[in-house]
Design a protein around this ligand. Structure first.
Ligand code: AMP
Ligand code: GLY
Length: 438
């Protein structure tokens, strides 16, 4: 059977890699993919992104099933188009993807169904937003309503930063339509965790928990990024919290979407803040898997991913069984110079080919590519081609060993200006050994 994965990041490399391990899969096409998916056995890149062209390709190649990685094609209605043509695809419809694509929609939805989330107010006029901020406490969080490629959320520590964020979005339209409406939200303190499920419209199958590291620098300093590393499982999600998240967040979300005639199908990602008292609040929904969370999650998934997706498409996720590697998986991102503001491209990556050879002989690490491209002048080397370049994911008996293994491999790979955090997993390491210096 032939499959298609839509996207070009580390998440899509990991999804396609996992799907290619299914005994029934002959080939996984990745559209458009990256150098990693070009080199991976069983995967093939196709240089197309437009939905109409993807439809034509799927028909021509007789592709059995399409899986969508990023949010943009989902918000553009790729699932609606494929379904209308009778093609099998796993993801939410355009309207269901509003849970991510409109933060105002998501907030109102959560309020309708009593899903715990921070208090907030919406604005499309700067004056009213400034007034609201003056009457509120700081820190305070300013969020653009629409998709803004990771630039839409400002956690303002001061009134000045908050007013400035409002002006940039509402007065100067720096985020365009995405920032034409904003949401001003109370600041929440606590530990963040990523809780991702597969959904078939009615039932949810939770995937392993994970934790991302959004800030660029060690100790959670520096600007927000798409994510500099992640590990799974997230130790802060105890079995009791897990049950509460299913009961208080995931199940009401699926029930609410079904009641609104928009049953949610696909991966659903709840970004949660867990307070020190154990309160759960939803920071955001994403209508897809997380990046880089997917990379460690796929390292731990033992069940055939194709079978799980088929069960979801057959509305029988309640009967699905999922098995995880008991080890911890940890992924560290290597980012380009200038990331996240203005990443530099076309730097030659040294050491990567040797690491790829080494990975063929072991199952305990894998290098997932994101912003990489084959070097047309020298086929033996790979160039940087985006902000997040690689994610080195490794398994270990515990978080410390997974950390050590991932970093041992990551240190073998070099490119000019490469940026990497050194403390991925520090919260979990502190939890099992409070003496560890973060
Ligand atoms: P989002 O894109 O909504 O996940 O926001 C990006 C990041 O901003 C989150 O991962 C949090 O670290 C932070 N954030 C968002 N909302 C809040 C909030 N209400 N309180 C504190 N931090 C927040
Ligand atoms: N890692 C955060 C995200 O995928 O949105």
């Amino acid at each position: 059977m032939k499959l298609l994965v839509v996207g070009s990041g580390g998440r899509e490399h990991a999804i396609a890699w996992k799907l290619s391990q299914s005994p029934r899969v002959q080939k996984v096409f990745v559209a458009p993919g990256n150098a990693g998916t070009a080199l991976e056995l069983g995967l093939e890149n196709i240089p197309i992104t437009a939905i109409t062209e993807l439809v034509a390709f799927v028909k021509q190649e007789n592709i059995a099933l399409t899986v969508v990685g990023p949010e943009a094609p989902l918000a553009d209605g790729i699932v609606d188009t494929f379904r209308a043509k009778g093609l099998r695809i796993f993801g939410p419809t355009r309207r269901a993807a509003q849970l991510e694509a409109s933060k105002i929609f998501a907030k109102a939805f959560m309020q309708r169904y009593g899903i715990p989330t921070a208090k907030s107010a919406n604005f499309n006029q700067a004056d009213a937003a400034h007034q609201y901020i003056d009457q509120s406490a700081v820190p305070i969080v300013i969020k653009a309503d629409g998709l803004a490629a990771g630039k839409g959320v400002i956690v303002a520590q001061t009134y000045e930063q908050a007013h400035d964020a409002v002006d940039r979005m509402l007065t100067d339209s720096q985020l365009g339509k995405a920032g034409a409406q904003i949401l001003i939200e109370d600041f929440l303190a606590g530990e963040e965790a990523s809780f991702i499920v597969m959904a078939d419209g009615q039932h949810a199958l939770p995937l392993a928990t994970s934790q991302d590291h959004k800030r660029l620098l060690d100790n959670d300093l520096g600007p927000n990024t798409g994510g500099m590393g992640a590990y799974s499982p997230a130790l802060c999600i105890t079995p009791e919290l897990h049950a509460r998240i299913m009961r208080e967040v995931i199940n009401p979300t699926l029930l609410g979407m079904a009641q609104e005639n928009e049953p949610y199908t696909g991966f659903l990602y709840a970004g949660l803040m867990i307070s020190s008292r154990g309160d759960i609040k939803v920071l955001e929904f994403n209508c897809r898997l997380g990046d880089p969370e997917t990379q460690p999650i796929m390292m731990r998934l033992k069940t055939d991913l194709l079978r799980l997706i088929e069960q979801a498409l057959n509305l029988s996720l309640d009967k699905a069984e999922i098995e995880w590697d008991r080890r911890t998986a940890l992924g560290v991102v290597l980012a380009a110079e200038g990331y996240p503001e203005s990443p530099r491209k076309h730097d030659k990556i040294e050491g990567l080919m040797e690491v790829i050879k080494e990975q063929a002989a072991t199952e305990d690490f894998h290098v997932f590519h994101a912003g990489t491209a084959l070097n047309t002048e020298d086929p033996s080397s790979i160039l940087t081609a985006g902000g997040r370049v690689l994610c080195v994911a490794a398994l270990g008996e515990n978080i410390k060993l997974a950390h050590q293994r991932a970093y041992d491999i990551a240190h073998k790979i070099q490119f000019s200006g490469s940026q990497m955090r050194h403390d991925i997993g520090y919260r979990a390491m502190n939890r099992i050994d409070p003496k560890v210096d973060s």
